[in-house]
Design a protein around this ligand. Structure first.
Ligand SMILES: Cc1cc2nc3c(=O)[nH]c(=O)nc-3n(C[C@H](O)[C@H](O)[C@H](O)COP(=O)(O)O)c2cc1C
Length: 354
């Protein structure tokens, strides 16, 4: 089997993917005033045409005043931005691809250096009214994704941004019904977001939720310290309407809990019975934080460990970030066994939109 297992079609209800490879969401921040350009449509369409099974867009934000931390992050609301996204999904479909937007709110991660557009206010605790409106705006963006013709959508619940700030005890110090000592109490905001999105998109539209234990603020932070805590975290989210859990790690081969070699996606699948996506340094020999430090990463051409886990049924899909950013044809090269043509990741490619 080996590499061929990555090329088995994947079906989940009415979602059909030609292979198991997902382009991971990667912020490019090149959407002038929040509107995705033709160049962005071309960038995604190029990867659709080169057989990426499912493309997840860069994080794209909901209609709330502080939802983005860089001006040129794309919006997922408003006529101009949504027209831009329509152009993107049409181009992806014309090239035989499938795609979902990653719907995002950055929470308390803005700084005035990042975002000199408006006078910055220090982030403050959201009122119940803010929370209600934020949930509504997530649902509106989700409905827009479906109406524009996207195949799935992903909610960004990872990496220390808004939804994750509710999950994590380090940032959620609320004393009302959106806070609490247990992870199931602190999950209430995410559960309400998922329920509102499910109500807005109906039963048949696939909802992916991206989660991580780690935060950009703290790599060693953990939300679930035991499989029991992971059950408390994930089961209410599944019951609220999540179809697929996208389990973000920096290195996919790292075990989640002592005593088992299952990774995060492996545990999430075992606990929820739902399909999962793994991610983290696939095809590369170093994790992605190096990219932000301006460092390149050597390619890796041995996929045995990845396919061993996939064939064992630990997860269903494999997201690939930097390798596909670097090389639009990465999937074709893997498929055709042209591993000698794979490229090292160069941090300079972050500035290029090709
Ligand atoms: C330039 C860049 C931008 C990223 N932006 C996002 C993002 O918008 N949303 C998100 O969930 N993850 C984001 N990530 C994380 C990636 O989705 C992925 O999890 C990470 O790069 C690990 O995969 P890799 O080792 O295959 O690159 C970003 C990563 C990179 C390199």
């Amino acid at each position: 089997m080996s590499i061929q297992s990555l090329f088995k079609p994947f079906t989940y209800r009415n979602l059909e993917l030609k292979n198991r490879i997902v382009m991971a969401p990667m912020t490019r921040a090149q959407s002038d005033k929040g509107v995705p350009t033709q160049q962005i449509a071309d960038y995604y369409a190029r990867r659709a045409g080169a057989e990426v099974g499912l493309i997840l867009s860069e994080g794209t934000v909901i209609d709330r005043p502080a939802s983005k931390n860089i001006q040129n992050i794309p919006d997922f609301y408003g006529t101009d931005a949504l027209n831009g996204w329509k152009n993107v999904i049409d181009a992806v479909h014309e090239n035989g691809g499938k795609m979902g937007p990653q719907i995002w709110h950055v929470g308390d991660t803005r700084s005035s250096e990042d975002y000199p557009l408006v006078e910055m206010e220090k982030a403050s605790t959201m009122t119940l009214e803010d929370i209600k409106d934020t949930i509504t705006k997530f649902a509106e963006s989700a409905k827009a994704a479906k109406d524009l013709g996207f195949d799935v959508l992903e909610i960004h619940g990872a990496h220390g941004y808004l939804i994750d700030q509710f999950f994590w005890e380090g940032t959620n110090t609320r004393t009302d019904e959106y806070g609490g000592k247990t992870i199931s109490e602190r999950s209430r905001f995410a559960v309400d977001v998922v329920k509102a999105i499910r109500a807005a998109v109906g039963e048949d539209f696939t909802i992916i939720l991206r989660l991580s234990q780690w935060k950009q603020q703290d790599y060693t932070a953990r939300i679930a310290n035991t499989p029991e805590e992971m059950e408390e975290w994930l089961l209410p989210l599944r019951d609220a309407g999540v179809d697929i859990f996208h389990c973000s790690q920096r290195r996919f081969w790292e075990e989640e809990f002592e005593g088992s070699d299952l990774n995060f996606a492996g545990w999430a699948k075992k606990i929820t019975g739902q399909p999962t996506i793994t991610v983290g340094s696939v095809g590369l020999d170093g994790d992605f934080m190096k990219a932000f430090a301006g460092e390149g990463t050597e390619k890796k051409t041995d996929f045995t460990e990845l396919t061993r886990r996939l064939e064992r049924g630990d997860f269903d899909l494999v997201a690939v970030g930097r390798a596909i950013l670097q090389d639009p044809e990465w999937v074709l090269k893997i498929k055709d066994n042209k591993t000698d043509e794979l490229e090292n990741f160069s941090a300079e490619s972050l500035a290029v939109l090709y």
